[in-house]
Structures are given as C-alpha cells and as structure tokens.
Ligand binder design. Structure first.
Ligand SMILES: [Zn+2]
Length: 256
C-alpha cells in the first residue's frame, strides 16, 4: 500500500484512459496530485516523464471530458507523444487479457510493458505498425492527394503500411507505384513520428519524381496531382509529420 500512497501524493501528469479516449478537462492533460484530482491510482503505471515530473497511466477512468488524444496534437510535441504512448499502452493491455496461443488469462509484467502467460510462457509486447509517408517532388511541384479515408477535403502526401518481410524502402517504392502509378528516385529518410491511431509509427521520406503518369488507385485516393509549392491547397494540420514533410519540400523547391 506504500506505493499507492506515493502515487496519490506525488505531483505528476495523468493519462487517465477509457478505451481509446483519455480524460482531458478543459482540453488539457491533467497535472497535479491524484488525491486532488480525484483519481484512483490503484493500478497506475508510470509511463515516462514530462518537464521533470512523472507521467502515469490509469485505466478505466469514468468521467465526462473524455476525448481522443488527437485533441493534444496542437500541444507540445513531447506531451502529445507521451499521451499517445499512454493510449497505445492502455489499448495493448485491453486487447491482451488472454493468451493467443493457449487461451489462459495473462498478467501484466511489472518490469516492462509486456503481458505474460504463466501457463505457456508466451510474452507479448505492444503491437507497432510501421508506415511510410512520403513527399515527392517534381521541379517546383509536389505530389498531393485526397485520400478516401479523409472525410474533409484535405490534400496530403502518400502513405501506406509496411508489409511483412518488406523494407521501408521497398514499401515506399511499392506504395507510390500502387497508389499513384509513378516511379520515384533519390529516396531519403527524414524523421519518424509515433502515431497512436491506433498504433502506427510513421517513417517519413522525401523522393524525386523519376517517370510515369499519375494514375490513382480509386480504392485509396479520390484524386492526386502535382501542386506548385506557391499555390498549395488545404494541407494537414501543424503537429503532423505530413505537414512537416510538405513544409520541408516547399523549402527545398524554393532553394532551387
Ligand atoms: Zn499461453
């Protein structure tokens, strides 16, 4: 019970989750003592630190003001990442209550973020789905597409999930060919971003147009076209790696 009291009395950040949502009173990640915030810390688990203070994950938070972690996208990048980590872990524990091999009930590891089956000895880690995202340049133009999965009219770069037994580079070439019908060259890695919807890791690249005409895959895209970087349509919001890729490409185009 000592641990219980420690958590209650310690000031920190709280990712209080229920399903894929978290508690965001006034749109903010709550900070303070659990006792002051009225949080039940019995099963709280520390998942990191932010500004030198611990960040805890709590399951089964029942309250109003439950929201999607996307609400924090405009906040500090580190804070969004930490909240996203909490939501991904909460989902992992929620979906790994039973062993997939033998069907026995599982326990959460105390040492690491893992679930253990005492019956057959299997150990499960959070699933992370790598995804490539790529900005393609052709002179002063960038390839942007309207994706079928977006409800609002927004233009962004191409993206797709890595398949089993595929490198990131192979995935980039394949996805671009499948979705837009064009061949790319000079593929360069830029950066990555954990994307907790529900558990992707976005691996961002830039590339240059090599050959071919745009021919979209209508299952994935509504439209795709080359846009002059001085006349861009509505692009993704600040905080997304897609936005950063587009902005980087605009800078590259203007340097030439
Ligand atoms: Zn098992």
């Amino acid at each position: 019970m000592v641990q219980y009291n420690e958590k209650v009395e310690q000031e920190g950040w709280w990712v209080a989750s229920e399903g894929r949502n978290l508690w965001l009173p006034n749109g903010q990640l709550p900070y303070g003592k659990a006792s002051d915030l009225g949080l039940n810390t019995e099963h709280a688990k520390q998942i990191g630190e932010y500004q030198g203070k611990p960040c805890w994950l709590i399951y089964h938070q029942q309250s109003t003001d439950m929201e999607n972690v996307r609400r924090l996208l405009g906040a500090d990048r580190q804070l969004f990442q930490l909240a996203g980590r909490g939501i991904q872990l909460a989902e992992f524990y929620r979906s790994h209550r039973w062993c997939g091999y033998c069907g026995a009930k599982m326990n959460r590891s105390e040492k690491e973020f893992a679930c253990l089956c005492d019956q057959c000895g299997e150990r499960y880690y959070p699933q992370i789905a790598p995804c490539i995202i790529i900005a393609i340049r052709k002179g002063r133009h960038i390839l942007l597409a309207q994706h079928q999965r977006h409800k609002q009219p927004i233009f962004t770069v191409l993206a797709g999930f890595v398949e089993a037994g595929e490198t990131l580079e192979e995935c980039a070439h394949r996805e671009v060919m499948e979705e837009s019908g064009i061949k790319i060259k000079n593929l360069r890695y830029v950066a990555s971003q954990p994307w907790p919807f529900p558990h992707s890791l976005m691996c961002a690249f830039t590339a240059e147009y090599d050959s071919g005409e745009i021919e979209i895959d209508p299952k994935e895209l509504k439209s795709a076209d080359w846009f002059d970087v001085s006349q861009l349509p509505k692009i993704p919001e600040i905080g997304t790696i897609a936005r950063r890729l587009i902005e980087d490409t605009v800078v590259l185009c203007r340097q030439d």
